[in-house]
Design a protein around this ligand. Structure first.
Ligand code: CTP
Length: 346
């Protein structure tokens, strides 16, 4: 009789601040190098000491990482550098076989490699970093958006100062390293397939449809998608076009383009399928053409009304940067989520 082989367990760590599709793609590649993926979410203090203060606190970063469909388990408050002690803990307590990181250098403040010990032990593997997206770039786009919307020059410059000093990077006067807020990111069909689930709804599935912008995909979105998925067996998410969002929320939005937003939503474990560029109104034609039985339709408008919106996140982030602390945003969000849950239970 053949003995079943033990699953290969891989570990990837990271800050996962303002989680984006580059992070999701890193987790997807890491998971493909083994059978089970354990993710270490680096503590706020460690990030502060090594890179400057994170925009999103550990609690929210954990919600985001846990929601990614390729993640099996997480370790909160992970250290920034893989020390001898932590490495032994990974091997002995968590049964980790390999430690994984993107192919960009990850240096400690003293210039040494954060993964040197794992490399020396022959337990390190590398994945390809996703080009064209980073937390720094997204913050740059947000700064430009805040700046365009507000004449409060002082507030903006203090934001900019704090961000550039904390992260050791200069955000230029146009708000981003590349000097533009608009991303021209286009995914290939292969990337979309990599992020997609292969299965469609079963014949008797109760399909839940939810549409929205899902700009700057955040913990509020994750919670609302989780609740929506609980209403049925298959969650179809319609992602509005950039034009629809600009028309409804102002020309400064969205921050992330249609394709970037679609990948973030697709990576979420509660989502079964997305419509990339869904119309604002769900037409009869669309229902017929897509053969979707629209059992439920939860407009994100509802959530928006409850304060679970990305402009709220942006304001929160802005305040956090300039004041160096959160402003009850999590409490407000939790209360709003509870209200939505109660409404849906009725
Ligand atoms: N990563 C990636 N592609 C990106 C950004 C990050 O593959 N565009 C990978 C990193 O290499 C790392 C993991 O995602 O293995 C977590 O990255 P993180 O610690 O959050 O920070 P950064 O590498 O600095 O990413 P960012 O600049 O976006 O914060």
């Amino acid at each position: 009789r053949r003995r079943r082989r033990r699953p290969v367990r891989v570990y990837m760590d990271g800050c996962f601040d303002m989680m984006h599709y580059g992070h999701c793609n890193a987790l997807r590649q890491a998971r493909a190098l083994g059978d089970e993926l354990v993710v270490g979410v680096i503590s706020d203090d460690e990030i502060k000491a090594n890179k400057g203060p994170p925009v999103t606190p550990l609690h929210e970063r954990m919600i985001m990482v846990r929601a990614v469909k390729w993640v099996d388990d997480i370790i909160p408050d992970a250290p920034y550098a893989i020390t001898e002690e932590f490495m032994n803990k990974l091997f002995n307590e968590y049964n980790i076989d390999y430690i994984i990181h993107g192919d960009d250098p990850c240096l400690l403040p003293d210039g040494t490699d954060a993964y040197a010990l794992a490399k020396k032990a022959g337990r390190y593997k590398q994945i390809k970093r996703t080009e064209g997206v980073s937390t720094t770039d997204i913050v740059g786009r947000m700064l430009l958006c805040v700046r365009e919307r507000s004449s409060d020059a002082h507030n903006h410059s203090s934001l900019q100062r704090q961000f550039s000093s904390g992260h050791g990077q200069k955000v230029d006067d146009t708000g981003s390293g590349t000097g533009t807020r608009v991303s021209h990111f286009l995914p290939t069909s292969r990337r979309i397939v990599q992020f997609s689930n292969s299965r469609g709804p079963g014949p008797d599935s109760r399909i839940v449809y939810m549409d929205g912008a899902f700009d700057l995909f955040h913990a509020g979105h994750v919670e609302i998608l989780r609740l929506a998925r609980e209403l049925g067996d298959f969650l179809l998410v319609g992602i509005h076009t950039d034009q629809t969002i600009s028309a409804t929320r102002g020309r400064h939005r969205p921050i992330m383009n249609l394709h970037e937003r679609s990948l973030s939503v697709l990576a979420c474990r509660y989502v079964d399928e997305v419509i990339i560029g869904a119309p604002w109104d769900v037409s009869k034609d669309m229902k017929a053409a897509a053969c979707w039985r629209l059992e439920q339709r939860c407009r994100t408008l509802e959530a928006r009304a409850e304060g679970l919106c990305s402009s709220h996140t942006m304001k929160g982030a802005a305040t956090q940067w300039s004041n160096g602390h959160t402003t009850g945003r999590r409490e407000r969000r939790t209360a709003a989520l509870e209200k939505v849950a109660v409404k849906q239970r009725r």
